[in-house]
Write a protein that binds this ligand. Structure first.
Ligand SMILES: Cc1cc2nc3c(=O)[nH]c(=O)nc-3n(C[C@H](O)[C@H](O)[C@H](O)COP(=O)(O)OP(=O)(O)OC[C@H]3O[C@@H](n4cnc5c(N)ncnc54)[C@H](O)[C@@H]3O)c2cc1C
Length: 365
């Protein structure tokens, strides 16, 4: 059984620092009490789920950690127009506020070993820089023979998050860290550095700036369109899928699911186990995803993005079968171990179905 179980508890953490990064983004440092330091130890690339009640809604969002392990716990938040959490966090959140935070999770990570000498390309757009900054800082610090190229897309130079941190990293490692900014709304004398980072741009860079064949790992973070396009282009350029790692912050194709009230005759009896206790819900295979039904019975069921991206809601199928609309977060190994993202899962067949949030992997479907 893989040891990837999620600590579903929310911990109260005090905001120790709020730093404006750009006109519409901040970075927030959280103070970790001594007794939680082990639980909040992170691997570069992981994120935190932060919960807040806003206008009576239980709002939960994922924010990636931008710091290297050992350098404290800091996240970067960029305001989305009309965004519930990001607007509050970038305008009202202040030092001394207490946030409810889950321990770090996520599989979009790098593990560093000092003897490794690798060539890594990191690609980020907008706030996608947050986990990428943690990765770059850690690789350059902990692997003295490794090289990092960062390809970072933004609208203008004013909208570059962590500008100072990135410059400082460049000054610390001028030989091993290469930073390429691509700006979509600012002209540049070299056209390659203008526009969006898309498949065509990557293809041209591969010819001029990046020796694709020598790259050991590609780490992509940003919106769905960028990640999908770059993954396809890298495949066309002959890069093995095992060298491409990605994380999505936003899936523009998410549609609001129907409500759990509309249960039809075909509802499948489903046992939901969490924290050692089992509850029964009746799930309409054509209705909302399993997560929504599970939450009607058990308030403690973990979730965050509801878009198949963050994996906070993962569980294991113990009996029966499900289908998933999307999966951007589980690996092939996790899938074959029976794991599912409950925010994307619907029963297949007449049931019965049983899922467990306590078991992560090891039970075949
Ligand atoms: C694994 C993971 C890690 C993440 N890490 C970070 C991070 O480090 N920094 C960060 O700023 N964000 C990060 N995000 C995104 C973050 O979790 C929120 O989705 C984002 O802040 C918007 O939340 P909101 O409540 O403000 O907007 P909502 O109220 O949820 O959305 C308001 C509107 O904006 C649209 N929208 C939502 N998110 C986006 C988006 N990212 N881009 C464009 N439109 C959007 C929605 O469709 C909706 O119409 C991460 C997401 C995931 C899944």
């Amino acid at each position: 059984m893989s040891d990837t179980s999620i600590d579903i508890e929310f911990h109260q953490l005090k905001v120790a620092d709020v730093r404006p990064e750009t006109d519409d983004s901040v970075s927030i440092t959280l103070a970790i009490p001594e007794e939680l330091s082990e639980r909040f130890a992170h691997v570069p690339g992981q994120h935190l789920v932060i919960r807040r009640e806003l206008d009576g809604d239980d709002v939960r969002r994922s924010y990636s950690i931008c710091t290297a392990p050992g350098n404290g716990l800091r996240v970067g938040i960029k305001r989305i127009p009309d965004g519930a959490f990001s607007t509050w966090a970038t305008t009202e959140l202040a030092v001394g506020d207490v946030l409810e935070v889950m321990a770090p999770i996520g599989e979009f990570t790098v593990t560093c070993r000092p003897e490794v000498a690798r060539n890594v390309v990191l690609v980020a757009a907008g706030s996608g820089i947050t986990p990428i900054l943690a990765m770059a800082t850690t690789i350059l610090r902990d692997e003295p023979a490794s090289r990092v190229t960062l390809l970072y897309g933004n609208r203008t130079s004013r909208s570059i998050m962590f500008h100072e941190d990135l410059e400082a990293l460049k000054n610390r490692h001028p030989e091993r860290f290469r930073m390429i900014h691509v700006l979509s709304r600012e002209p540049h004398e070299i056209p390659l550095f203008e526009g969006r980072i898309d498949g065509e741009k990557l293809r041209r860079m591969a010819g001029a700036l990046i020796d694709v064949g020598s790259v050991d790992g590609w780490y992509l973070c940003g919106p769905l369109t960028m990640v999908e396009e770059l993954t396809a282009t890298l495949g066309e350029l002959g890069v093995d899928g095992g060298r491409i790692h990605s994380e999505l912050f936003f899936d523009q194709r998410i549609e609001a699911p129907p409500s759990t009230d509309a249960i039809t005759d075909g509802a499948v009896e489903t046992r939901v186990t969490i924290d050692g206790r089992t509850s029964v819900v009746h799930v309409d295979p054509a209705g909302p995803p399993l997560l929504d039904y599970a939450r009607t019975a058990r308030a403690e069921v973990p979730f965050a993005c509801k878009g198949g991206m963050c994996a906070t809601c993962k569980a294991t199928v113990v009996e029966g079968e499900v289908t998933m609309a999307k999966n951007y977060a589980l690996t092939a190994d996790e899938l074959s171990a029976g794991m599912i993202l409950t925010c994307q899962a619907h029963p297949v067949g007449d049931g019965p179905l049983a899922i467990s949030y306590d078991v992560h992997g090891g039970i075949g479907r």
